[in-house]
Design a binder for this molecule. Structure first.
Ligand code: IVH
Length: 658
């Protein structure tokens, strides 16, 4: 038999088997058969080296060594998209697109977490592969890319074409690679992206060959050359040519709601995928729309990269700062360079207490990973000890209050400042008193309380209700004026008529949170009854127990506190339970109001909903229970429609309430 013909035949069989395996996820032959064909080809190539083809699949074992990375100028610049991080930014992106292209729809693709690469084929044969570099000039990495099994060395059509996509390392290969590095005493790669980038930047291609890289195609720079009209057609065409595309996970969206659903769905699959993704890439599907939208100096306007909220990010610990809470509890906090975590920028995280710091052995200068606990309070999860340089400063617990210098007292795992006059404790308790969940005094936020405290206007809770005596002075303050002072005094006045549970929570009695305050208010109806309750009786109240009961008793027995409550009563504060007939039917629901209602004033309706346990907020997210829409609604209505949030009209309000 003609040797050359048999070698061609073997290459076709092997390429076809790879195509079925990598592109269609459908192995057509068994591993054993594959190995037999592959070994037969290897044997023939070693016996007849002159007949070995340059696009033979056996070259994937690597071995080619280059002495440097040649520079490659991209025919068209290799751009990347702007990043966005939340729903609001998706809505804005969609609005921007729709202004120019009202009927646009999008392709949605997993954002592969690797590095982008450009592959150039001539007459269907891979001739050059390059990194993105600075977008204009990249580096020639052909020798390494040729070892990637999911890169076709020869296409199913003999055409000239450039294809772009992501070079990445699967989770499995990454684990294997780091295991090997551990054995060899080499530094570990932090993540698959770094491992992939490190592998394509090897001069000897046998290293990349061993690392098990992969390639996912997602972009065709010159689609019109091939008569292609949409991005989905481009992806289909790439698949036909022999490229691995993400055809099972890619999607199409007609509107923001589809986009959000896709993101949710992909997020839930993320952990089980065999490779890392870090978001979703949105591209307008129609290439006419793409051309119409064009590119700014920096980025294409026709697409965007939505990044998943990073659950954990790395940053450098710059300082450990101790803060004093309203109970006097000292908390060490990690201060670091600002980073994006779970959708927002953070620069501070709690380190809880001394035990936590000692157990984790946190040191200033350490690289640490940050996570949002329960997606709200950022905390330091892990110290990257392997990244220490030796210059890090070990943690040392302070012995005196950072504010008033009094000696700290240790109780269980925590240290406390026991000085009742400590300014930090005072300020924190004032902040707590005025905050949304307690007395809800609009205009009396953290910064203003701190300023008023330092200027001597408010030294104590009761001083809040004497602020009107300083009205003229306040009006003169920078950033204030008659109107804002009037508003502030008005909301202070309004807070006087809060129901008992609000003020009970606001007083800051140790262990009495929102829920306990409500239980106590419901049970005792007014503060005098609470004063008269014995320790035993309090202990027997459902959900209260001994520790809380003791704490309430000791608070109420304290003469200073009794004096404060007397003063507050004299200043006109209500200490009665006012919500006897209310229910919590709407607990856990969130509503947004937009437009003008006929029967209700906005404030009135807000109060009715809140009294029933609902939250009323100003921005619509997919978690919003419903948007109540009046006449001439604003953009919140559009957003609700886009996100598929339930819309209620004025006539539905009674139904909601009842
Ligand atoms: S399209 C003009 N599609 O994410 C940009 N990029 O900015 C064309 N990436 O640097 C890129 N998955 O490395 C595209 N399905 C995907 C992608 C993807 C990952 C990377 C790419 C680029 C960045 C997007």
């Amino acid at each position: 038999m003609d040797i050359e013909k048999r070698m061609d035949e073997l290459i076709d069989i092997i390429n076809n088997a790879s195509y079925e395996y990598y592109v269609n996820d459908n192995p057509g032959i068994t591993d054993q058969e594959y190995d037999d064909y592959y070994n037969e080809l290897l044997k023939l190539e070693s016996k007849y080296p002159k007949l070995k083809r340059t696009d033979s699949p056996t070259i994937r074992v690597g071995g080619q060594v280059v002495d440097k990375f040649e520079k490659v100028t991209h025919d068209a610049p290799m751009l990347s998209f702007d990043d966005i991080f939340n729903e609001d930014e998706i809505v804005s992106f969609d609005e921007r697109i729709r202004k120019a292209c009202p009927n646009a729809c999008y392709t949605l693709e997993p954002k592969m977490d690797g590095l982008s690469g450009s592959l150039l084929y001539e007459k269907g044969v891979l001739v050059r592969a390059a990194t993105r570099g600075d977008g204009v000039i990249g580096e020639n990495i052909t020798h390494n890319v040729k070892t990637i099994k999911s890169v076709p060395l020869k296409l199913n059509k003999p055409i000239d074409i450039e294809v772009r996509g992501e070079i990445y390392m699967s989770k499995k290969s990454f684990e294997k690679c780091n295991e090997q590095r551990k054995k060899d005493n080499e530094p570990l790669f932090a993540n698959p992206r770094n491992a992939a980038a490190g592998s394509v930047r090897q001069l000897d291609s046998s290293i990349a060959a061993k690392r098990g890289l992969d390639f996912m195609a997602y972009f065709l720079p010159n689609p019109d050359k091939y008569g292609i009209k949409t991005q989905s057609e481009a992806l289909e065409f790439l698949k036909e040519l022999g490229f691995v595309t993400n055809y099972k996970l890619n999607g199409i969206a007609k509107n923001v709601k589809d986009i959000i659903n896709y993101i949710d769905d992909l997020s839930s699959k993320r952990k089980s995928l065999p490779y890392e993704i870090d978001g979703v890439v949105l591209k307008v599907n129609s290439l006419d729309d793409e051309a119409k939208l064009g590119t700014t100096q920096r980025v294409p306007r026709w697409g965007i990269a939505y990044k998943f909220p990073a659950e954990e990010v790395l940053t450098t610990l710059k300082e450990i700062k101790f803060t004093v809470g309203r109970t006097g509890k000292i908390t060490p906090n990690a201060i670091f360079s600002p980073v994006h975590v779970a959708g927002s920028i953070v620069s501070k995280a709690t380190l809880h207490n001394e035990d936590y710091c000692v157990e984790k052995d946190v040191r200033v200068g350490d690289v640490v990973s940050i996570r949002k606990a329960g997606d709200v309070i950022p905390e330091v999860v892990e110290v990257k000890k392997e990244r220490r340089t030796g210059n890090e400063v070990p943690f040392k617990m302070i012995e005196n209050c950072p504010m008033c210098d009094s000696k700290l007292v240790k109780e269980d795992s925590n240290y406390f400042c026991k000085n009742d006059l400590c300014p930090a404790r005072k300020i924190e308790s004032l902040i707590h008193f005025a905050s949304r969940d307690t007395m809800n005094i609009d205009g009396l936020g953290e910064r203003i309380i701190e300023d008023f405290y330092n200027m001597g206007f408010i030294k104590d809770i009761s001083d809040i209700y004497r602020l009107e005596n300083h009205k003229e002075d306040l009006i003169e303050l920078e950033g204030f004026g008659e109107k804002s002072v009037n508003n502030l005094l008005e909301s202070i006045e309004k807070s006087k008529s809060n129901s008992l549970e609000k003020v009970l929570f606001a007083l800051g009695i140790r262990h009495v949170g929102k829920k306990t305050a409500k239980i106590l208010a419901k049970r005792y109806k007014n503060i005098d009854n609470l004063f008269n309750a014995s320790l035993e009786e309090l202990t027997n109240v459902n959900d209260v127990g001994e520790i809380i009961a003791k704490s309430i008793k000791s608070y109420l027995d304290n003469l200073e506190n009794q004096k404060l409550i007397e003063e507050l009563k004299e200043l006109g504060l209500n200490f009665e339970y006012l919500n006897a007939n209310t229910d919590d039917k709407l607990e856990g629901m969130t509503f947004v109001l937009t437009g003008t209602l006929e029967k209700y004033k906005r404030e009135e309706l807000t109060k009715i909903l809140e009294d029933k346990g609902a939250k009323v907020t100003s921005s619509v997210t997919k978690k919003t229970t419903g948007v109540i829409v009046g006449d001439k609604p604003g953009s919140k209505y559009d957003k609700a429609l886009k996100l598929g949030v339930k819309i209620y009209k004025e006539e539905d309000i009674e139904n909601i309430i009842n």
